[in-house]
Design a binder for this molecule. Sequence first.
Ligand SMILES: NC(=O)c1ccc[n+]([C@@H]2O[C@H](COP(=O)([O-])OP(=O)(O)OC[C@H]3O[C@@H](n4cnc5c(N)ncnc54)[C@H](O)[C@@H]3O)[C@@H](O)[C@H]2O)c1
Length: 334
Amino acid sequence: MKVIQIGMGGMGNAWIGAVNRSSDVEFAGFVEVNSEIAQAQCQQYGFDASTVYTSLEEALENLEADGVINVTPPQFHKPTSFVAMDAGIPVLCEKPLAGTLEDAQAIVNKANETGVLCTITQNYRYSQVAQTVKSILDSGDLGAVGAINVEFYKGPHFGGFREEMPHPLIIDMSIHHFDMMRFFLDSNPSQIFARTWNPSWSWFDGDASASVNIQFENGIPVTYTGSWCAQGMETPWNAHWRFDCAKGVFSVEDDVVYIQRLTGVVDGSSQHEDKQVVELVSMERQAQDYLLHEFYEAVTQGKSTGTPAQDNIHTVEFVFNVVKSADSDEIVTL
Ligand SMILES: NC(=O)c1ccc[n+]([C@@H]2O[C@H](COP(=O)([O-])OP(=O)(O)OC[C@H]3O[C@@H](n4cnc5c(N)ncnc54)[C@H](O)[C@@H]3O)[C@@H](O)[C@H]2O)c1
């Protein structure tokens, strides 16, 4: 299967790596509007510079492709994915589906009208840690989930669009954690209350810290606290998670999954087994490799993907309703 990659910048490297590792997918060519980046990447990876175009329309006139990987910044997802879908070419698009809820809905409408696949790269779902959490939840081993607590602290100095956008933490990063919540719980939020702020030392223009209370449709409450300007004690990108369940607790700390089962109550005190490390589920492929293979099977064998635009719109709605709550200082009911 041949793909055109649109955008050869930062995250473009991850997709170039995934395609280069794949035995099923190869590059037909690229679209990149920045000639310096195009040139540097062609040199770095040994690509033929004549296969790099400055628009997808031009690339499609000159190249045979079965799919498009869209790695442009969010505001360009709609125009570029539209060109692909109008030409009948399936799209694997980086998160977020689009830069605004309106654009995201327009992409869903376009996918429905054309019947062309547009699937979103929620790669955080496809790690061993996330899949292990999902398998514990699906097993029902610890009984009902009563509450979930998530803590995320990082201090990345990216430069570029993230440091200028409003709500960089929520829109560009927490979207992964919110999507993981939807994945873990098979449910969507019904109520959201968010506060966001920017610490005095923040190097972001927009609010880089947040505290969010989410009620899911299935009744489970989640509390989320996060910061992109933490000055120490950082968590992994996956965040730290605690799941309080009827028959015990399990957690994710520093990408290790722990479980502690309740054994009973003696003399008014809860008794527990020792906290144990849970062996991670094995996966043939993870993250971009998983998603690329899933896209390949969808395009060549008609299989469905886990995160099509039609489902991913709920993750985008989640994100923008967190923003709405933070901006209005009000509870948002969905
Ligand atoms: N899934 C993840 O973990 C993850 C991580 C980082 C970034 N991302 C996402 O990847 C996307 C790209 O982010 P990035 O960090 O690579 O940004 P970037 O700015 O580093 O790279 C984007 C590239 O796209 C090019 N570009 C812009 N408009 C274009 C157009 N119309 N046609 C062709 N090329 C165009 C730019 O010149 C640039 O080279 C964003 O949606 C971002 O949210 C996802």
